[in-house]
Write a protein that binds this ligand. Structure first.
Ligand code: PGA
Length: 249
């Protein structure tokens, strides 16, 4: 049985005091859930949130450097993230790929480094609208998965979470239908089974992301391949995010 994981990607939102308030409310609201709950605030809030000592809500970062340390102005290292209680790190979000030109190779390097230090990557994949219209969704996603997992050994791969986020569904209010999302996630799992084996692939958690809201989470989570969600906009307030976490009530 795969434990569902619901993660909030706050993107470039929330000051330190806003982040503290949101996490205090969330910790109270989701403490009774069986779901693994993660929030990924901006770097600047992580230290203060670490100091809250939350028991239920885990911390993740939205990005990290592919270098261990040194003269890389503006970058944040894996050890720095561990130092502020991060268990997870989002890698290769489509906004990083599209706006900051992150390549498959860079994403693979970051995944290796995170796993080396015991940080669990949430690796994002997904097609653009143009690719979807050209019926290239499966091809694009398979290639992204193969590149992201290049030379990652099996015993480490099980610690990776994959997030399937069709780019056209992010922040647009449009979602892939639950069946569509399930089908692409099934393809991702098959690809992982080819790289490793089906036992490994069946242990790995694959989320859906893209306009997830309290209104659509239940249907998404009812799909057999979908193990959770990566939530942007609706993770910015405790009420919506806790309603998403409590999808099965
Ligand atoms: P959204 O963002 O839920 O606001 O569509 C999802 C994401 O980018 O991870």
């Amino acid at each position: 049985m795969r434990k569902p994981i619901i993660a909030g990607n706050w993107k470039m939102n929330k000051t330190v005091s806003e982040a503290i308030e949101l996490c205090r409310n969330l910790e109270r609201a989701v403490h009774d859930s069986d779901v693994e709950v993660v929030v990924c605030p901006p770097f600047t809030a992580l230290s203060a949130l670490c100091a809250l000592g939350m028991k239920k809500v885990k911390l993740g970062a939205q990005n990290m450097s592919n270098m261990e340390k040194g003269a890389f102005t503006g970058e944040v290292s894996v050890v720095m993230l561990q130092d502020v209680c991060c268990n997870y790190v989002i890698i290769g979000h489509s906004e990083r790929r599209q706006i900051f030109n992150e390549t498959d190779q860079l994403i693979n390097q970051k995944a290796h480094l995170a796993l080396k230090y015991g940080l669990k990557p949430i690796i994002c994949v997904g097609e653009t609208l143009v690719q979807r219209r050209a019926n290239e969704t499966e091809k694009v996603v398979i290639n992204q998965i193969k590149a992201a997992f290049h030379e990652i050994p099996q015993d480490r791969a099980v610690n990776v979470v994959v997030a399937y986020e069709p780019i056209w569904a992010i922040g647009t209010g449009e979602t892939a239908s639950a069946e569509e999302a399930n089908s692409v996630i099934g393809t991702i799992r098959k690809t992982l089974a080819q790289i490793y084996d089906s036992k490994t692939a069946n242990q790995m958690r694959i989320q859906y992301g893209g306009s997830v809201k309290p209104e659509n989470i239940k249907e998404l989570m009812a799909q057999p391949e979908i193990d959770g969600a990566l939530v942007g906009g609706a993770s910015l307030n405790a009420e919506d995010f806790s309603a998403i976490v409590h999808y099965n009530e």
